[in-house]
Design a protein around this ligand. Structure first.
Ligand SMILES: *Cc1c(COP(=O)(O)O)cnc(C)c1O
Length: 383
């Protein structure tokens, strides 16, 4: 049996205020699709300085709703980075479209803007940028490409709520921005997601989509004093409950603090690694504020798996984010062997290791990780 992980790569934090907020809603008239959903949407859109926010049941549902809203369908192509969680790409398949993988930059693992245009065809409709590890992509470059070719720009910002790019918050940088509130993410609802946009039409389409394609939800019908509704299109039950939103609303108040805590831990890692030649962290770009959902280092490929096993034996929950999506069995079976299509991501996958980072992590714990890592590195044999 694998040893117990005492220091995970990510850990949520829920305090008494969060618990009280959920209990208050639990005792109220609305458990789902009531006033707390709207309050959470308003708070998130204000926080990220976007006009409209649509709460959904997960980040995955948010990606699906975003692609639905812009009319992605069979025959369309969507450009996407392979260095992401499978959900980003699965959402393209939910809409019957074809994902086209674009490689990443070696030192940030963010989509490489110089590689996008050669992949654009007359069928390309959208580009999904993934703010890997919490670091925003180069949105000025991506915006330029999207505008030149008439593409929608979607940000998968499941890692980067609270981060910013050239002084502009994540949430204002793309046509649609998707957040996740899974427990390892910057703030949590247990499960949950949100899509923000400046476009009222897209927001309306997503509101219908999350509620079976019905044009008015129960709360809106109550307010409008009517029982009438129409199902206008085929949608899903992707609603987020008032209970979840109560937790999210309370968590949002602490987001800035949590991000500052993550950044401080990253700074400590950086300092401790500055004297270590063999350990290279991902590059932090100068013009961004990094959310540090993940702290990722790169090792020699011969050593990565040995170091992983050694640290896990000591209860240190290192991890690998991610195996490039096109290498997953389902993608190989469905689309054939695409290995070699994104050589930078494929090579990076052999070398990367995510170290524990979460807001409540203590400096002594950071030091424990670094010491264990240095020992594991010196013991690893070149195989
Ligand atoms: C977590 C995550 C998702 C999916 O979010 P869920 O809320 O778990 O559905 C999508 N993309 C990325 C990059 C993620 O990290």
């Amino acid at each position: 049996m694998a040893p117990e992980v005492t220091l995970p790569y990510g850990r949520h934090q829920v305090d008494d205020e969060d618990v009280a907020a959920v209990v208050e809603v639990l005792r109220s008239d609305w458990l789902t699709t009531g006033p707390t959903v709207e309050a959470f949407e308003t708070a998130v859109s204000a926080y990220v300085e976007s006009e409209h926010a649509v709460a959904v049941s997960s980040g995955t549902a948010g990606l699906h709703a975003a692609l639905y809203a812009i009319g992605i369908g069979p025959g369309d192509e969507v450009l996407v980075s392979p260095m992401t969680f499978v959900a980003t790409v699965n959402a393209v398949l939910y809409q019957g479209a074809l994902p086209v993988f674009v490689d990443v930059e070696a030192d940030t693992l963010l989509i490489d803007p110089t590689l996008i245009e050669p992949k654009i065809t007359p069928r390309t409709k959208a580009l999904i940028a993934v703010d890997y590890a919490g670091q925003p992509c180069d949105y000025d470059a991506l915006r330029g490409i999207a505008d030149r070719h008439g593409l929608y720009l979607i940000a998968d910002a499941c890692h980067s709520l609270g981060a910013s790019y050239r002084g502009r918050p994540v949430g204002t940088l793309a046509d649609l921005t998707v957040f996740s509130f899974h427990p390892v993410k910057p703030i949590t609802c247990g499960e949950g997601g949100m899509v923000v946009t400046r476009d009222p039409q897209l927001a309306h389409r997503m509101r219908c989509f999350r509620n079976h394609g019905i044009d008015l939800d129960p709360h809106q019908r109550l307010v409008a004093g009517t029982w009438r509704y129409q199902m206008q299109d085929l949608g899903f039950n992707y609603r987020l409950s008032d209970l979840h939103c109560a937790l999210g609303l309370s968590q949002l108040k602490k987001l800035d603090l949590r991000i500052a805590q993550r950044q401080a831990i990253a700074d400590t890692y950086d300092q401790l690694f500055s004297s270590q030649q063999q350990l290279v962290s991902l590059r932090r770009k100068a013009d961004i504020s990094h959310g540090f959902h993940l702290y990722v280092i790169r090792l020699a490929p011969q050593k990565r798996d040995q170091v992983f096993t050694r640290l896990r034996t000591q209860g240190i929950g290192v991890n690998v984010h991610y195996m490039p999506v096109h290498l997953h069995a389902f993608y190989r079976h469905s689309f054939g062997d695409q290995s070699g299509c994104c050589p930078v991501a494929e090579r990076a996958f052999e070398t990367i290791l995510s170290l524990p980072i979460f807001p409540a992590m203590q400096e002594t714990e950071v030091k424990r990780v670094v010491e264990a890592l240095c020992v594991a590195m010196s013991e690893a044999r070149p195989s």
